[in-house]
Structures are given as C-alpha cells and as structure tokens.
Design a binder for this molecule. Structure first.
Ligand code: PEP
Length: 247
C-alpha cells in the first residue's frame, strides 16, 4: 500500500505583515533538508514576497482560499490562477472559518477544489464537526458527508490532502483524544477509497486544531495522521519547527 508523504502546513490566517517574513525565513533555515513536506499559507498579500524569500528552500507557499472562477466581477476575491502566479503551490479550501463565516457549502468547496486543479494548485480540503455534532454522536456522519461533498471526482489520481479539523478544537487549546482522532482519520481514509479509488492512499490526512509543540508528537504518530494543519503555533518559527521536528 502506498504511504502518503507527510505534510505540515501553517495557516497564518489574517496575520502577517512584511516583517513577519523573517519567521518564514527562519522556518526555511530550520527545516534544512527534512523529508517532511512543509508549507506556509500566509495572507494573499504576502504570497509573492514569501515565495521569493523561500525560493530554493524546502518550504512551499500556499493560499488560504480561492474563488471558483478564474476571473470576473468578483470584488475582493482571488482566483487559483492568481495565487499560482504569485508563487503558491497549494491552497487551503473549506476551512471552518469560511464555512461558518461565509456560508461555504460542500458544493462550493468542491467547485473551489476543481478551480485549484485548473490553476495548478494542490488543494488542502478541510472538514470537521462542531461541538454540538460531536455531542450528538454525529461526528463520523458529518465528516464523511463533508468528504463526499467537498472532494470532486476529478481529484482521483491528483495530489491533494484532507485536513480533519474539529471546529471546537480550532484556536481553543482543546483537542480530541488520540483514539478519537484515529477513528475519524480511518473513516476519512475509507471514504476517500470509496469515492476516489486506491490512488487516494497517497493523499495525506492532516489533523488540525490546537496542535502545539507539547502535543505534536502524540498526534502526529497516531494511525492515519499524515501531518498537521497548524494555525496559531505556525506564526512563530520556533514553535512551528518544534512541531515539524516532532514528526
Ligand atoms: C486552523 O485554523 O487551521 C487551526 C488549526 O488553528 P489552531 O492551530 O490555532 O487551532
């Protein structure tokens, strides 16, 4: 069976001005020639400068969202093609902050994943249950439903990853137990195989939600965890490097 190459991606969210590029440069210097794939997804305004600063390093640059259309009258939006031209290699899609804050549906996330492929970007598709859904015992139903709805058939055989991010674990300091993470990751893996075939075994399934240096080793060594999507702890090179080093 093919083993996915692990990916540790940092989501800077709406944080980062020019002077913060020094943190990204410190990450690139610190990872050296690691076999782990590392990416940083800064705000769109920093993508081009970060890609230039990190050129030739092991750290890829990614976007945090894209519009499904390539161009048009969509004030304020950015297309996959624009991100790619700025130097992005990947793009986060369907983050819970966008699903909740902008009403993004599975169908829209799937359309954005198609746009990412069209633009030459590797999508990181986020899924995850709310606390209410977990308490109601609906976690697997919700998450596998999001996987079915948000990942278009065209991803079969293409490079992509899924990030399991329980909404209640993002930015809260709370995390599921390792057993709970493994249960969800196994369900995602089975759903990917059903929907996208055996080639999807190459896609890493990342865990995201309050990953920090102190819990990274335990989470990253759990079954079917192929890396992490890291928010707050990716903003400081020292913390992000400690997480990368824990793999
Ligand atoms: C995220 O927003 O993708 C995330 C995982 O955030 P944090 O690590 O801060 O919980």
């Amino acid at each position: 069976m093919t083993t996915p190459t692990p990916l540790i991606a940092g989501n800077w969210k709406m944080n980062g001005l020019e002077n913060d590029l020094a943190e990204a440069a410190a990450v690139a210097a610190g990872v050296g020639a690691t076999a782990t794939r590392v990416a940083i997804c800064p705000p769109a305004t920093l993508i081009e400068r970060m890609a230039r600063a990190l050129a030739g390093s092991k750290v890829d640059v990614g976007g945090q969202d894209c519009r499904a259309q390539a161009s048009g009258a969509f004030t304020g939006d950015v297309s996959a093609e624009m991100l790619a031209q700025a130097g992005a290699r990947l793009v986060i899609l369907g983050h819970s902050e966008r699903r909740a804050g902008y009403g993004e549906t599975d169908a829209l996330v799937a359309a954005k994943a198609l746009a990412a492929l069209r633009g030459g970007l590797e999508p990181i598709v986020c899924v995850g249950e709310t606390l209410e859904e977990r308490k109601a015992g609906r976690t697997l139903e919700v998450v596998t439903g999001q996987v079915r709805g948000s990942l278009p058939a065209e991803l079969a055989g293409r490079a992509f990853s899924v990030a399991y991010e329980p909404v209640w674990a993002i930015g809260t300091g709370l995390t599921p137990s390792v057993a709970e993470i493994e249960e969800v990751h196994r369900a995602i893996r089975a759903t990917l195989r059903e929907e996208l075939g055996e080639a999807s075994n190459r896609a890493p399934i990342l865990y995201g939600g309050s990953v920090k240096p102190s819990n990274a080793a335990e989470i990253l060594h759990a079954a079917e965890v192929g890396g992490a999507l890291v928010g707050g702890a990716s903003l400081k090179a020292q913390d992000f490097l400690a997480i990368i080093g824990a793999l």
